[in-house]
Design a binder for this molecule. Structure first.
Ligand SMILES: *Cc1c(COP(=O)(O)O)cnc(C)c1O
Length: 426
């Protein structure tokens, strides 16, 4: 049996512990939802004030040059690139994941139209994040492709020469299951398939090596593990061999080779710059840097290897404590036990009451979230989801979170009607 003292001892030995001080973590809250909205870096409030009061207030339009606003999407891209195995000049922070996915899927569709026009299928996962599937549907309509949705175990067998594009989210938002990016990409490339990876639940959370995997395109968001703030700009990466092959479809002036020449014809910039579209939100972009700066600091604390080791220790501990202390309450485990297949979250299933149990936990200050299943008996059940951010989640947090879960289940307090009201955002 793992005790509270054991968990406190693990925190005391944790070499990443100083990084927790970089974040605002409200008193009385155990935050296990950093995979949905990361915590606020302490530096963020002062940075926001500096941008608003100094850069905007005093600098006014001069700040596009003097405060380096114009460079920020690329500068932040360069700062973060090593964490996803990308090179300098290959990543920009801009727009949202949905919008960036539209750009890269369209670029992929244009490449296929030229290189392999007979291919008609865009394959993805049935339980991919819905916005990815909605954007894919839109691109399929425009390019006459067919969206084929598969279960994870069907993907390997579906990578054949009738497939144009394989679009996968590296770590599944519902289950926390992680694909082997290198293996899937190699199998896809052997069949001439273009690979698009969504890194929303992996960037900053698990090791990602886009060049090592030979991926074609990637997108991801910055408000989850990167702690960039609500609605912070997402990122986009294209392999250098593909970046310049096509215009991306949202050919706005910030992607132009010379935006301030104001010429009527579009000439795309070389490199990832062309994946910009219009003017970016500089308050949000500036605050995002505070989140990325913590990663830059984390490089001195062992970097991704240390973060990954702690993340796995946290999720292992959570699974073990749930299994030791919450038996008999109908909980199942949707997240793979195998480390190589697990992201940085643990997802539990329950046939009924999952939403209300999460609400009852939130009322106790343990913030996770609920993700709706398809209501059937199939593989897509309702999910109680708990995200573990190794930058700031502690082992004692895990112990108390599971204690609260056990108390909520044993007391039956989740049955109270107040926990059954469905909020607009779950
Ligand atoms: C969080 C998430 C998104 C969010 O997209 P936005 O455009 O930022 O709203 C998209 N895809 C996946 C897989 C996600 O996890």
């Amino acid at each position: 049996m793992t005790t509270l003292q054991d968990c406190q001892a693990l925190d005391a030995q944790d070499t990443l512990r100083p990084l927790r001080e970089r974040f605002v973590l409200p008193e009385g809250v155990i935050y296990l939802d950093g995979n949905s909205l990361g915590a606020s870096p302490r530096a963020a409030a002062a940075r926001a004030a500096e941008i608003v009061q100094q850069e905007w207030g005093q600098g006014l339009i001069r700040s596009w040059n003097s405060a380096g606003w114009i460079e920020l999407p690329r500068r932040l891209g360069d700062q973060f690139a090593p964490w996803i195995g990308a090179g300098p000049g290959e990543v920009v922070f801009t727009d949202t994941t949905s919008i960036n996915l539209y750009k890269v899927l369209t670029a992929a569709a244009r490449i296929v139209r030229e290189d392999a026009p007979g291919r008609r299928k865009l394959i993805s996962e049935h339980s991919n994040f819905p916005t990815d599937l909605y954007i894919a549907q839109s691109v399929c309509q425009e390019y006459g492709l067919e969206l084929v949705l598969l279960e994870p175990q069907e993907i390997a067998g579906a990578l054949r020469d009738d497939v144009a594009i394989c679009m996968l989210t590296h770590v599944n938002y519902r289950t926390g299951a992680m694909h082997d990016m290198a293996a899937v990409t190699a199998a896809a490339h052997a069949q001439g398939i273009v690979c698009v990876w969504d890194l929303c639940h992996s960037a900053g959370a698990v090791p990602v090596d886009l060049h090592g995997a030979g991926a074609d395109f990637a997108v991801g968001c910055s408000y989850k593990y990167l702690n960039g703030g609500p609605g912070a700009p997402a990122f986009v990466w294209a392999h250098p061999r593909l970046i310049d092959r096509f215009w991306q479809p949202l050919a706005g002036w910030f992607g132009h080779a010379e935006p301030f020449r104001f010429v009527p014809d579009y000439h795309p910039a070389q490199g990832i710059q062309r994946y910009l579209c219009g003017t970016q939100p500089m308050v949000s972009m500036g605050v995002l840097q505070c989140g990325l700066d913590v990663y830059t600091e984390a490089a001195q604390f062992g970097g991704m290897a240390a973060l990954r080791a702690k993340s796995l220790a946290l999720t292992d501990l959570f699974i073990r404590l749930v299994e030791e202390t919450c038996q008999g309450h109908g909980l199942g485990l949707a997240t793979p036990r195998a480390h190589a297949r697990r992201g940085s979250q643990v997802c539990l299933t329950r046939d009924d009451g999952a939403y209300a149990i999460v609400q009852a936990l939130i009322a106790r200050g343990v913030i996770g979230d609920f993700r709706k299943g398809d209501g059937g008996a199939g593989p897509h059940k309702d999910i109680l989801r708990f995200g573990f951010t190794p930058l700031y989640t502690g082992f004692e947090d895990v112990w108390h979170a599971v204690r609260h879960l056990r108390e909520v289940l044993e007391s039956g307090e989740w049955r109270s009607p107040v926990f059954h009201q469905i909020n607009a955002v779950t």
